[in-house]
Design a protein around this ligand. Structure first.
Ligand code: NAD
Length: 486
């Protein structure tokens, strides 16, 4: 195992349950690879139903202990977690980069964002109010907002700690306990967070982490009777399966799923600025972000110029290499993810789009890792596979449009609806687009210029419910109405 994981018990990291590392009931472990070279860097516990049972029982006790803590004290504890995340930021960023392959600067930013989540929701912990309702003067009618108890967080591999903190911080602020299931590819920082929660003085069991595969850990976790709310981030297919379990159990579920986000460039846009923004919109984390701008809808009169600028900007700014070398793009997360992206390149070619840039796996000294060239198709149509399906790799398409109605129609003609970007100097035009776009977040003359203070989530198959901001707290609370006479 890499020395960064030296705290974990041999022969691999255990689960973190009830305030300590525990070996898996199965005694089995899973190898985790560095996507930059395919080498084993860590072994995580291969969890199963018995481990889930242990984690949920411990979380139920953690919940009871947390209920006895005054709300302002809960806020103070969350602030301490933010402090500890910053204190350990460099090591956490190194682990994140080893697990994900992300450029180290990006990992450092994700650790800081994770600390910000705890800070943000720490401030809310003692401001969760009910209402007094003037229904009838003979009665005192009021509401109070209560936690669910044990909640589940299931997260993917593309921004592991960031996505976990996004759900854990508001859930704990609302008074819940959490059992988390990180991706089997990237469990390092989730285990670290669970340890820091204890160091921050929170009760054992408040955040338990069970590692392993989705079918062996995630599914029994969602099915467990004592789990009363689920937040899931990941693919549409898994989201649908989890929602079916939640429907059977009649418990709430928040889902943050995929995207195929349009980046609309009108003929009156500042093309230099739009093209500069388009490159990171697509290639950040090698295209492995749910909110990546992947469909570039560009007004026909400026397609040539936009394409030339996009390619020039990519050549000038997009370098590829191992995360520790801090290039613009690291490797893809796994061999499977790389194979999927290359499969889409073939699909684009065979459907008749023009491969204007990239399209291949990188060889030479990068051949041991899952590296791919930044890739762009032009002359694409919105009905092509590469324009309809989420690729989750560094592959974008440029699709021309003639007028705003056509751009809007294509933008909304997608099963997804996570985010959209619109570029024009005409603000009323931008607002007409913003009002009509079917998605959870719209960026006007910027892309992802947004922090954790603003609600985030999808329309259509991109998900249900909202995370981030004050609205993100709602998923973790239920309302009780009390009607008193006397
Ligand atoms: P995935 O659905 O395969 O896995 C996500 C998590 O679910 C993992 O921890 C996995 O082990 C677990 N899981 C798998 N099967 C399960 C089951 N049957 N029951 C319970 N848990 C199960 O997704 P992925 O490939 O890891 O992640 C990529 C996807 O995540 C992309 O579609 C991307 O768009 C999406 N994503 C969305 C957001 C957002 O906020 N909208 C953010 C990041 C990623």
């Amino acid at each position: 195992m890499n020395e960064l994981y030296s705290w974990a018990p041999s022969p691999g990291a255990g689960h973190f349950i009830d305030g300590r590392f525990v070996t898996p009931a199965s005694g089995a472990y899973i190898d985790c690879l560095d996507p930059a070279n395919g080498q084993v860097v860590m072994r995580i516990a291969r969890g199963g139903s018995l481990d889930v049972e242990h984690a949920v029982a411990s979380a139920a006790e953690g919940f009871k202990a947390w209920q006895a803590v005054k709300p302002y004290r809960r806020g103070q504890a969350l602030t301490r977690v933010a402090f500890l995340l910053r204190e350990h930021a460099e090591r956490l960023a190194q682990i994140e980069t080893l697990d994900t392959g992300h450029p180290i600067t990006r990992s450092r930013r994700d650790i800081e964002t994770s600390a910000r989540y705890f800070e943000f929701y720490a401030g809310i912990a003692d401001k969760i109010h009910g209402e007094v309702i003037p229904a009838d003067l003979d009665y005192l009618t009021y509401t109070q907002r209560e936690p669910f108890g044990v909640t589940a967080q299931i997260v993917p591999w593309n921004a592991p700690l960031h996505q976990l903190a996004r759900g854990v911080a508001p859930s704990l602020a609302a008074g819940n306990a959490v059992v988390a299931k990180p991706s089997e590819l990237t469990s390092g920082t989730a285990l670290e967070l669970a340890r820091l929660i204890i160091d921050a003085g929170m009760p054992p069991g408040l955040l338990n982490v069970v590692t392993g595969f989705g079918a062996e850990v995630g599914q029994p976790l969602c099915e467990h009777d004592a789990v009363r709310q689920i937040t899931f981030t990941g693919s549409v297919e898994t989201g649908r399966a989890i929602m079916a379990i939640a429907a059977r159990r009649i418990i709430p579920v928040t889902t943050e799923l995929g995207g195929k986000s349009p980046f609309i460039v009108c003929d009156d846009a500042d093309l230099a600025v739009a093209a500069k923004a388009a490159v990171p919109a697509l290639f950040t984390l090698s295209g492995q972000t749910c909110s990546a701008g992947t469909r570039f809808l560009v007004q026909r009169s400026i397609v040539e110029e936009f394409t030339a600028r996009f390619i020039a900007e990519t050549r000038a700014t997009v370098t590829v290499g191992p995360g520790k070398e801090d290039r613009m793009m690291g490797p893809l997360a796994s061999e499977q993810q790389l194979a999927m992206a290359l499969h889409y390149v073939e699909a684009g070619r065979s459907e008749g789009a023009t491969l204007a840039m990239g399209g291949a796996r990188l060889g030479g000294e990068l051949s041991g890792g899952y590296f791919m060239e930044p890739t762009l198709f032009t002359n694409a149509r919105n009905d092509m596979k590469i324009a309809r399906e989420e690729i989750f790799g560094p592959v974008g398409v440029i699709i021309p449009f003639d007028d705003d109605a056509e751009a809007l129609h294509m933008a909304n003609d997608s099963e997804f609806g996570l985010v959209a970007g619109i570029w024009t100097r005409d603000f009323p035009r931008a607002r007409r687009f913003a009002n009509a776009l079917e998605c959870g977040q719209v960026f006007i003359n910027n892309y992802r210029g947004v922090g954790l203070e603003a609600p985030f989530g999808g329309y259509k198959h991109s998900g249900l419910g909202r995370e981030k901001g004050l609205e993100g707290l709602r998923s973790y609370l239920q309302t009780k109405t009390i009607i008193a006479q006397g």
